[in-house]
Design a binder for this molecule. Structure first.
Ligand code: ADP
Length: 301
């Protein structure tokens, strides 16, 4: 079983010929409202691959709160640990997508989960303790995230921190992380090193391992990924696909990673799986909705 702590937001995305610059108005081509939030997307990715997953989050009792619950139930994600507060808003994200490259720019209002406290989750910690894997990001208040990572590690649960969006972390965080999965921009944030290729990713990964995490995977967008455990390195090229919307690619990757580890695949097999799951997600519009089902991966085997 995998536990995911994170947020749900309703993604409101606008697709058009470019991402508008400051002060500019453009005529777009399509809009879509669908499930998003890194934690929720990652939980969907795991569930669609066939993994048992619990989602820990907080939402409001509003229209988007209904979208959250419907999405989780439809995707067979366990909702026992979802806190619903009628006085708070469910999160939303405004997303601009450049339809030519699939690239995006995002503004997230996390809403209800920004008020999540240690006290609210204390009765749920048993589920994390009993899990094989604990996966989280940086969209939930940091004291809650740190506490859950610590509890997980103290109970021999494998931990994955997707450090997104990047922000300063107390040093203690790094002691409780088995897999640290920044994208290029986040890895630059944590190391101060510019990353545009495999060699630069290798240098950055050395610096990250020295911070205390056990394994690091830097995702490199359409250039693939770089993995290191400090001894062995693996570089994989991105899956060859026609990307139309890369929103949620990193989430698909983290979901695939958690699922591969759940199934005790080798690290190489796990990375190949995660890379494929992420690649396929870029061929579909949306974030949560773009997470592939396991049978969609067959043609890449
Ligand atoms: P994030 O979505 O967090 O910014 P990345 O952009 O690094 O993360 O993408 C995560 C993973 O998604 C990559 O490591 C790769 O496996 C896959 N991916 C992203 N963009 C593409 C693309 N254009 N073609 C194929 N795979 C992609």
């Amino acid at each position: 079983m995998i536990s995911v702590l994170g947020i749900f937001v309703a993604d409101i995305s606008f697709s058009g010929p470019k991402i508008p610059s400051i002060g500019e108005t453009i005529l777009g081509t399509k809009y879509n409202i669908g499930p998003g939030g890194k934690g929720c997307n990652q939980a969907i990715a795991i569930a669609r691959l066939g993994g048992e997953v619990n989602f820990f989050s907080k939402i409001g009792k509003d229209e988007y709160g209904k979208l959250a619950l419907n999405t989780l139930i439809k995707n067979k994600i366990k909702t026992d640990h979802i806190i619903q507060d009628k006085n708070l808003q469910t999160g939303v994200a405004g997303i601009f997508v450049d339809k030519n490259s699939g690239k995006n720019a995002i503004n997230v209002i996390t809403g209800a989960p920004s008020t999540l406290t240690l006290n609210e989750i204390k009765d749920n910690l048993n589920t994390i303790k009993k899990s094989k894997i604990f996966l989280t990001q940086l969209e939930i208040p940091k004291d809650v995230t740190l506490h859950c990572l610590k509890i997980a590690k103290e109970n021999n649960v494998l931990t994955i921190l997707n450090p997104a969006p990047a922000s300063d972390l107390p040093e203690e965080f790094f002691n409780y992380i088995d897999y640290f999965t920044p994208n290029e921009t986040e890895a630059e944030f944590f190391t101060g090193l510019k990353i545009t290729n495999e060699n630069e990713a290798k240098e950055a990964s050395k610096k990250i391992i020295n911070m205390g995490v056990k394994k690091v995977i830097i995702t490199l967008g359409d250039k693939g990924l770089f993995y290191s455990d400090g001894k062995d390195d693996i570089y994989l090229k991105a899956t060859s696909v026609k990307a139309i919307d890369t929103t949620g690619a990193g989430d698909a990757f983290n979901g695939g990673l958690a699922f591969g580890l759940l199934k005790e695949k080798t690290i190489k097999e796990t990375l190949v799986l995660a890379n494929t799951v992420a690649g396929v997600s870029t061929t579909k519009i949306g974030a949560g909705d773009s997470m592939p089902f396991i049978n969609e991966l067959k043609k890449f085997n």
